[in-house]
Design a protein around this ligand. Structure first.
Ligand SMILES: *[C@@H]1O[C@H](CO)[C@@H](O)[C@H](O)[C@H]1NC(C)=O
Ligand SMILES: *[C@@H]1O[C@H](CO)[C@@H](O)[C@H](O)[C@H]1NC(C)=O
Ligand SMILES: *[C@@H]1O[C@H](CO)[C@@H](O)[C@H](O)[C@H]1NC(C)=O
Ligand SMILES: *[C@@H]1O[C@H](CO)[C@@H](O)[C@H](O)[C@H]1NC(C)=O
Ligand SMILES: *[C@@H]1O[C@H](CO)[C@@H](O)[C@H](O)[C@H]1NC(C)=O
Length: 493
């Protein structure tokens, strides 16, 4: 089974506790209790194994995100639509009692999108060839005969927009104590889907705020758009680390893993689709289509694309790992310059948390960051909108997955084995990391905590407590990789 050990919220009061009453229980009443417990366990497990969706059940909520087809949709790597990891978090995500949030920063990925331009062309071409080569399309493949590829490219889908509205509303409600009084400072990286994501987030945030009876004060707006592309220093979409941009070692790792997992899938598809001959990457393309077709065709994501049924759950587990592997060796600790590109954002966050100017010589734009109009230091709510690859770099620059040992390049590891790291857990569509600072009774120093998609990620490099927190100054001290500029110089070696 994938994932960390399940975390049941319902405890049976008194169970396992020894008291005077308990010792008087007869053998038979213990047996009866055991039977009852077994029945409950049986009921619980049959509930979770059954297809979770019925037409009239909300499976896509503001709080929990997309949970319509949990068995597969959480196994699509970075193409999984956002889902809350609250149940997977071993630490409660509630604000600890006696504490008050004094600062919150969200770093968000854009919502569900169409395939990127080059992928969209490749998928369209593959489907066309399958339709012309194939001599018969039966059973679960029947839809292919009349399937016409009509997906757009690069932009958010309608479902993606809705995810971001939900994300803004959720951010408002979690940080309400601050959010009702303060207008967040908002930046977006300069691609359309990221800017629109920020705007939709604001729409959800404002509407939750109005619904809560707080309509006064400035409306939130996108304060800064940082241009993407050659020559721009951009902490939300790094592209200036030249050596990294010209490096291709991670794609060999990916190709090798594709060659390991796809042969049996390819054989089955070719047997089921007479006339069709597929390569390993084309098998992966057909798996990608499950997510892209799903997030493009329904506005609430309540229907699964017919592409999804062509693969088994075990195959989705392999696919999910492939994506985790690709991110780890492409942008995370497995890449020598992956984390370097998260340094700039880390130093910006340190500046915001400590209300002191930005010290960075990597990918920050010093013109923007030295100007209070484009980089204020005196507010307590921030929202930044970015991309999956950039967020992976940031998480690794902060050492958030320093408990993860190098990923196996030739066998699937469970998310527990990866200490909670996975592309689907870290950077799904609409992903959000919350960096929060809190002031607690009996502790005069502020504490910091990080939640990634509702999972408390215990901090590394500092004296972490049982709730995953460190004292701010201790955490900042431990972020020496970023503060020292890390190995950014090797970008130009
Ligand atoms: C795809 O296009 C063809 C040709 O225009 C059309 O006959 C078919 O109905 C379309 N399929 C669907 C599912 O709309
Ligand atoms: C930095 O930001 C300023 C202001 O937006 C812009 O004019 C300039 O081109 C940027 N420089 C770099 C290197 O990104
Ligand atoms: C389609 O058929 C051509 C010609 O035999 C072949 O080269 C190509 O690989 C086939 N593609 C698929 C996806 O079946
Ligand atoms: C952009 O980053 C480089 C370091 O990579 C730095 O030398 C340059 O001054 C930066 N430009 C701005 C405007 O911050
Ligand atoms: C995480 O590990 C890297 C590599 O060993 C190290 O440079 C960095 O300081 C660590 N970060 C934290 C916060 O512990």
């Amino acid at each position: 089974m994938r994932g960390l050990s399940p975390h049941y919220k319902n405890e049976y009061p008194g169970w396992g506790r020894r008291g005077p009453g308990r010792s008087r229980l007869t053998f038979f009443s213990i047996m009866a209790l055991m039977m009852l417990l077994l029945t409950i366990i049986h009921l619980l497990s049959s509930v979770s194994a059954a297809p979770p969706v019925r037409q009239n059940q909300p499976c896509n909520s503001i709080d929990n995100g997309y949970q319509c087809f949990t068995q597969v949709s959480q196994l699509w790597g970075q193409y999984s639509p956002y889902f809350s990891l609250e149940r997977e978090s071993t630490i409660s995500l509630d604000v600890p009692s006696g504490c008050e949030i004094t600062f919150a920063q969200v770093l968000s990925r854009h919502g569900s999108r169409y395939p990127t331009e080059s992928k969209s062309v490749a998928y369209a071409k593959l489907i066309k060839v399958i339709k012309s080569n194939g001599t018969s399309f039966t059973g679960k493949y029947a839809f292919l005969k009349s399937y016409n590829y009509t997906l757009g490219a690069d932009d958010l889908t309608t479902f993606g927009e809705k995810q971001m509205i939900d994300s803004g509303a959720k951010f408002y409600s979690r940080y309400k104590a601050l959010a009702k009084k303060i207008t967040p400072f908002i930046r977006a990286s300069g691609s359309d889907r990221v800017i629109v994501s920020a705007e939709k987030f604001i729409e959800g945030f404002q509407s939750a705020k109005r619904g809560d009876g707080h309509s006064r004060g400035d409306a939130a707006t996108v304060n800064v758009v940082i241009p993407e592309g050659d020559g721009f220093n951009n902490t939300l979409d790094s592209g200036t680390c030249t050596v990294f941009e010209n490096d291709d070692t991670s794609s060999a790792i990916k190709d090798n893993f594709i060659a390991l997992i796809t042969p049996p899938i390819r054989k089955r598809l070719e047997a089921d689709l007479p006339g069709v001959k597929l390569t390993g990457s084309q098998v992966i393309y057909l798996m990608d289509m499950c997510s892209f077709d799903t997030v493009a065709t329904t506005t609430d994501g309540s229907e699964l694309s017919p592409f999804c049924n062509l693969f088994s759950e075990a195959e989705w587990v392999q696919y999910d790992y492939l994506q985790s592997l690709d991110k780890y060796y492409g942008h995370g600790a497995g890449s020598s310059l992956g984390p370097a590109q998260g340094i700039g954002f880390t130093n910006e966050l340190i500046a915001r948390l400590t209300q002191s100017s930005v010290h960075d010589h990597t990918n920050t734009n010093q013109t923007l960051d030295s100007n209070p109009a484009t980089f204020p230091l005196d507010t307590t709510l921030y929202a930044d909108f970015s991309h999956d690859n950039n967020m992976i770099s940031v998480f690794f620059a902060m050492g958030l997955y320093n408990g993860t040992v190098p990923l196996s390049k030739n066998s699937v590891e469970s998310i527990a084995e990866m200490d909670g790291y996975a592309a689907s857990w870290a950077v799904p569509f609409g992903a959000r990391a919350y960096f929060e600072m809190m002031q607690c009774r009996h502790e005069h120093k502020p504490l910091v905590r990080v939640l990634i998609n509702d999972r408390v990620v215990p901090l590394h490099g500092c004296d972490v407590d049982q709730l995953g927190r460190c004292k701010l100054d201790d955490w900042v001290r431990g972020l020496s990789f970023a503060r020292s500029g890390g190995n950014w110089k090797s970008c130009f070696a």
